[in-house]
Design a protein around this ligand. Structure first.
Ligand SMILES: Cc1cc2nc3c(=O)[nH]c(=O)nc-3n(C[C@H](O)[C@H](O)[C@H](O)COP(=O)(O)OP(=O)(O)OC[C@H]3O[C@@H](n4cnc5c(N)ncnc54)[C@H](O)[C@@H]3O)c2cc1C
Length: 501
């Protein structure tokens, strides 16, 4: 599509209106690019001195770490931002398709890889698990069917505009509501589909992609593996932060103005209409404001006098994470880019997170090693380990003690499964826990994914992309419709900016 000589020139038609954006998370960046393309003069206020929010990167002692997201799906949504700006994405941002995607480790010694494509995936899984290839393929076909039925209802349009319910594709999804698994949990559906509990556990795991429990979240979320297995998982050249860097550069190139280290203190409102934003350098007027700040804190901190949509804001929040970013002075050939070391009792693990609000004694560990693809992310002969477990959000637990305990149990598990003595090889360390998620990105309670999806109405109870009471105030990002993750945050920016008249 984009030949070497392709020339894209799109002139932005100025409309003499201004848009202020709160936050340079991936959704705020996408919203900025889209609003600029609509002809608005756009200013992005970012509290940090860097862009990207959760999608950022840090370095220590010669190791580089992506601090948050590591799995990249639906890259076309990033490409689209270049295309609408008249640029060839391939000249600015590149990625490779992963195959295999994950390496799974079970306590019983099973080690297996998940491959791209329904056929290959099913074949490889069936080789290692007590499941028929055909059973797995049938399951994946159903996830595709449910995705096709639901994408226009839950992902591509505002759920809060009546007119959208009359679109043909949305109507079709709604009329087939009984077939999308809304009335059973992910685990119930998965354990009906498979007899091998390892296969059930692999598919249950996708609940963690939006910080939920597979024992509570509706089976509709079993569409998530469709995106990863059938549509593919990717790795951006230069690591995940390359997404942020490419979008910031694109935004600047088309004239978006950034104000870093500029926390917005107040959304200035008069007569139920947005007037502007107050930061430490005063009030700046805007015709339109889009908040990419977590919606809970947008109300709590930036407009405390506005009547809050209590029911929406009080929904259960998602899980969070404890991550150790370790510089490891050894190469582990048995590991890939994405590795999962499963716990034996998944039910107890999720009960501990969501009911006991604590950390499970033997948690499932995710190890991401970008130096497998980008060798310069670690010194020669070494690896950069992003070692993560799912934990509850912050409700005032003693995190210092919990993180210390988690480190001990994680090291024990890694040593047991990889038959190593990992502590010997850790030469530098950074840590993330829910308190830091909260202070770094203003995410309410340090929840990574906004509201949890732990009930069948969760999708309908996310905040809309616009304010019902304040004119010209909009919201985008992981805490509002359609939800968290890079692709959904990019869709959120699209839905939001399409709503701006
Ligand atoms: C550990 C971890 C792992 C994850 N793994 C994946 C994954 O593998 N794949 C995936 O797709 N997603 C993953 N996610 C989720 C994904 O990162 C998020 O859903 C997405 O990045 C959220 O983007 P956002 O635009 O909503 O906002 P955020 O990234 O939260 O950014 C919000 C920005 O707003 C700024 N801000 C807040 N308040 C103010 C204010 N008052 N004034 C100015 N600026 C303000 C913040 O500083 C921040 O920069 C992960 C997240 C984490 C933390």
């Amino acid at each position: 599509m984009f030949g070497a000589f392709s020339i894209f020139v799109i002139m932005i038609k100025e409309n003499n209106k201004t848009c202020g954006i709160i936050g340079a998370g991936v959704s705020g960046l996408a919203a900025a690019i889209r609003m600029r393309n609509k002809g608005y003069k756009v200013t992005v206020f970012e509290a940090n001195n860097f862009a990207g929010g959760k999608l950022s990167s840090e370095s220590k002692n010669g190791y580089r770490f992506d601090m948050g997201p590591s799995v990249f799906t639906m890259p076309a949504y990033v490409d689209e931002l270049f295309q609408i700006s008249g640029k060839n994405p391939r000249e600015h941002f590149n990625y490779i398709q992963l195959d295999p995607v994950y390496r799974y480790f079970f306590e019983d010694g099973t080690v297996l890889d998940s491959y791209h494509g329904k056929d290959r995936y099913s074949k490889e899984m069936a080789k290692h698990l007590n499941e028929k290839e055909e059973t797995i393929r049938k399951y994946l076909k159903n996830t595709e069917y449910v995705y096709e039925l639901t994408a226009d209802v839950f992902l591509h349009n505002s759920l809060h505009k009546l007119k959208n319910f009359f679109r043909r594709s949305v109507l079709k999804g709604l009329l087939n509501f009984g077939k999308i698994g809304a009335f059973e949990t992910m685990h119930e559906a998965n354990s009906k589909s498979f007899k091998d509990k390892r296969m059930v556990q692999i598919f249950n795991r996708y609940a963690t992609y939006n910080g939920s429990s597979p024992y509570l979240a509706p089976a509709t979320l079993n569409v998530i593996p469709h995106l990863e297995i059938a549509k593919g998982a990717y790795y951006p050249e230069g690591g995940m932060v390359a997404i942020t860097n490419a979008l910031v550069k694109l935004a600047k190139d088309i004239g978006v103005e950034f104000k870093f280290s500029s926390p917005v203190r107040e959304i200035v409102i008069e007569n139920n209409k947005v007037k502007g934003l107050r930061s430490d350098s005063g009030v700046q007027s805007f015709d339109v404001v889009i908040s990419n700040m977590d919606v809970y804190n947008s109300y709590e901190k930036l407009m405390p006098d506005v009547k809050r949509p209590e029911k929406t804001l009080k929904q259960e929040k998602s899980s969070s994470a404890v991550i150790f970013y370790w510089g490891i002075k050894k190469e582990f050939k048995e590991l890939g880019l994405h590795n999962i070391l499963f716990s034996e009792n998944y039910k107890e693990e999720f009960d501990t997170i969501f009911s006991k609000k604590s950390i499970y004694k033997d948690p499932t560990i995710y190890i991401n090693i970008t130096s497998k693809h980008t060798p310069q992310d670690a010194p020669a002969g070494c690896e950069n380990w992003f070692t993560m477990i799912n934990v509850p959000n912050n409700s005032g637990q003693d995190w210092d003690a919990l993180v210390e305990e988690a480190k001990v149990s994680m090291i024990k598990k890694i040593n047991r499964i990889l038959k190593t003595d990992i502590e010997k090889y850790i030469e530098c360390e950074m840590t993330l826990d829910p308190r830091l998620v909260e202070s770094r990105t203003s995410s309410a309670f340090g929840a990574i994914y906004g509201n949890a999806s732990n009930n069948k109405f969760a999708a309908f109870l996310r905040h809309a992309n616009f304010s019902n009471t304040i004119r010209n105030l909009y919201f985008c990002g992981g805490s509002v419709h359609p939800g968290p993750s890079i692709p959904l945050c990019l869709l959120s920016a699209k839905i939001t900016t399409d709503l701006v008249k």
